[in-house]
Design a protein around this ligand. Structure first.
Ligand code: UDP
Length: 484
């Protein structure tokens, strides 16, 4: 039997994206079997086990292989990203063993890995397996990462100290200090790991990207024209998106919607006028200080708009990088300004920790989205045809804001102070602008979002660009296999 092996890095979001890719492959190639390698448990959150068991029951063609536990040397000092890179580097012998075992009963056509798993390329080449990357952000961001080795070569100091505009081929210029956080400090171990991955990615058999041709045409063309990679050729790029995770596969907290019954926020939306509500939600990790939460509340109240707002506890040593589902509910009365909930109860709803975002975005009452610019959220809003205000918080989100505002033109920017703080005046102004049907800029953004929603549907339909890319990917697997 022929098989594809998927190897995601440990955070559950990466696993969920890989599983969705596996399901997509199975939809079009049901005779294949999908094998997913799971890294050792201590680096997975508690949500991983129930998720895996649910997928195994629903999709018997997907088999999970749990790799043996890795213990990191106690003396070393690691941050969140370097832990993942190091764990995956030490995993190589386990992956080698798992691939050997799988190949006893299967012909492995390809190994698909994510950005953090680059060290496994040596194993793939030893076993003569074509390795593909699954890049879960957009093509603009891929252009940035492929171009990172060039930016590195041209710079003599850390990006955080340069404060200049970088010209990235195929993407809007980005302020050096707006680069993803691990890329800011040249002497960081995380910087070296990201540089390694960015250098190795072009050596793969192909890069699968969660985007579609007409969303980021300039970025895609620039990459395929070979203008981003420093030395050597660019591998084939397969833009197969938008790949959206359904809500029943992703639940996070008290209002998650993964359990029984319709979540309260959806019932509340039923009672609101069409396209009147602005939805504020900040990904799986977005947290605000207590001061910032109050400031948002003041801005929202002054905007006079209807809103649905997902609120979490401010960051503390305990809750950073921890799954939302395991965190205590926020105490809204103490976090939000005195009387806020009461004064806005006719037109606003605050949800604790988690909302079923895809369902919310697709609800007729929602007309705008204030987002942290995580790529899944961006694609979900595009597919729902909802215009956005871009308020980046972490990872590559500042770059995504530039793509959304300047390149694709589907969002208004939220402008922060140098220390990252956003004033209530700015929140009020942007929310008003987004929801005002007569505001010129918002009108253009709303129109462009609808165009992109229709383009997304076209890309995914028979003969559409994403379906063609998927077929090309399958062809490359068969081609490689025939030539063994
Ligand atoms: N999400 C959700 N409800 C929430 C927060 C997040 O359903 O309250 C989902 C959202 O729909 C998206 C994912 O979590 O699918 C977040 O992914 P994204 O890439 O946007 O951001 P990340 O969490 O990776 O920063």
């Amino acid at each position: 039997m022929e098989a594809i092996v998927l190897y995601p890095s440990p955070p559950i979001g990466h696993l969920i994206s890989m599983v969705e890719l596996g399901k997509l492959i199975l939809t079009h190639q049901p005779s294949l079997s999908i094998h997913i390698l799971i890294s050792s448990a201590p680096y997975n959150t508690g949500a991983t086990a129930p998720y895996i068991s649910q997928v195994s029951t629903t999709f018997p063609s997907i088999t999970f292989h749990h790799l043996p536990t890795i213990t990191l040397p106690p003396s070393a000092e690691y941050n969140h990203e370097t832990i993942i890179f190091e764990l995956l580097r030490l995993n190589n012998p386990n992956v080698h063993q798992a691939l050997t075992t799988i190949s006893e009963n299967h012909t492995i056509l390809g190994l698909v890995i994510d950005f953090f798993c680059t060290y496994v390329l040596s194993v793939a080449s030893e076993l003569k397996l074509p390795a593909y990357f699954f890049f879960t952000s957009g093509a603009g961001c891929l252009a940035l990462f492929l171009y990172f080795p060039t930016l590195h070569k041209n710079a003599t100091r850390s990006f955080k100290d340069i404060k200049t505009l970088f010209d990235v081929p195929g993407a809007p210029p980005i302020l050096s200090t707006d680069m993803p956080k691990p890329l800011l400090e040249r002497d960081d171990e995380a910087y070296r790991c990201f540089l390694h991955s960015s250098t190795q990615m072009p050596k793969s058999a192909g890069i699968i990207v969660n985007t579609f041709a007409s969303l980021e045409p300039r970025s895609i063309r620039t990459i395929t024209d070979g203008l981003c990679v420093l030395n050597g050729p660019t591998p084939p790029i397969y833009c197969i998106g938008p790949l959206i995770v359904s809500n029943d596969q992703r639940s996070g907290g008290s209002d998650g919607g993964g359990g029984g019954g319709v979540p309260e926020c959806l019932t509340w939306l039923d009672s609101q006028p069409s396209q009147s509500v602005v939805f504020l939600c900040f990904g799986s990790l977005g947290l605000f200080s207590a001061d910032q939460l109050k400031e948002i509340a003041v801005g929202l109240e002054r905007s006079g708009q209807r809103f649905l707002w997902v609120v979490r506890n401010p960051p503390s040593n305990e809750n950073q990088s921890v799954a939302i589902s395991t965190q205590p509910d926020p105490d809204l009365d103490s976090l939000l300004p005195n009387g806020f909930l009461d004064r806005t109860k006719e037109r606003g709803l605050v949800v604790k920790n988690w909302a079923p975002q895809v369902d919310v975005l697709n609800h007729d009452s929602v007309g705008g989205f204030v987002t942290h610019c995580g790529w899944n959220s961006v694609l979900e809003a595009v597919c729902a045809g909802i215009p956005m205000v871009a308020w980046p918080l972490y990872a590559e989100q500042r770059f995504n804001r530039a793509m959304m505002v300047e390149e694709i033109k589907i969002a208004l920017p939220m402008v922060e102070a140098e220390n990252g703080f956003v004033s209530s005046t700015e929140v009020e102004k942007r929310v008003r602008e987004l929801m005002d049907l007569a505001a010129e800029e918002a009108k253009l953004i709303r129109k462009q979002t609808i165009v992109m929603r229709n383009e997304a549907n076209a890309a995914l339909s028979e003969g559409g660009s994403s379906r063609v890319a998927l077929t090309e990917l399958f062809d490359s697997w068969n081609y490689g296999n025939r030539n063994k």
